[in-house]
Design a protein around this ligand. Structure first.
Ligand code: GNR
Ligand code: NI
Length: 166
């Protein structure tokens, strides 16, 4: 297993749109294990392949307290959503930054699991928010894109300064 480096805003590679996975290979299995290890170690509740500079539609999520309920979504697609919810979000690619974002509070997501089996999941609350946050990553979108340009520019300047000091 291996820990992977996470790209940070405003890195332009976070804007690349991920391509669908055509065939799930052994290399993908290793990648998924490494993504889970990287997510748990961060620690975070989700990680999209885009964040580790892999531009394929793969994401992992575990919102459980005990950190023993990993989900892997390949080629995920939200097929319906309902309700609205405002939640304070953070992102491993936007360190030390939290802001309220409004999203659907329930979604139905269709995807392939890591064995390639078609699945459909009805999610609500934190899991639904996390699924939407991660699918945004695969489309090159970040939670700061929902904020005003003024707030986003402030965050960008803060992180650029932080990264210069590393
Ligand atoms: O760890 C994470 N926490 C979180 C909290 C509220 C809404 C979304 C998230 S996802 C984030 C991990 C991450 O950046 N995934 O892309
Ligand atoms: Ni994120």
């Amino acid at each position: 297993m291996a820990l992977l480096d996470i790209l940070c805003f405003p890195d332009e590679r976070l804007r690349i749109k991920a391509k669908p996975v055509k065939e799930i290979t052994q290399a993908h299995q290793t990648l998924i294990d490494d993504m889970l290890e990287t997510m748990y170690q961060a620690p975070g509740i989700g990680l999209a392949a885009t964040q580790i500079n892999i531009h394929e539609q793969i994401l992992v999520i575990d919102v459980s307290e005990a950190k023993n309920t990993p989900y892997c979504f390949i080629n995920p697609e939200i097929v319906s959503d309902s309700g609205k919810e405002i939640m304070e979000e953070g992102c491993l690619s936007v360190p030390d930054t939290y802001a309220e974002v409004e999203r659907a509070d329930a979604v139905i997501v269709r995807y392939l699991d890591r064995k390639g089996k078609e699945q459909q999941l009805e999610a609500e609350g934190l899991l639904a928010v996390c699924v939407q946050h991660e699918i945004d990553h695969l489309q090159g979108k970040l939670f700061v894109d929902y904020l005003s340009k003024l707030k986003r520019d402030r965050i960008r300047k803060k992180l650029e300064k932080q990264q210069r000091q590393k």
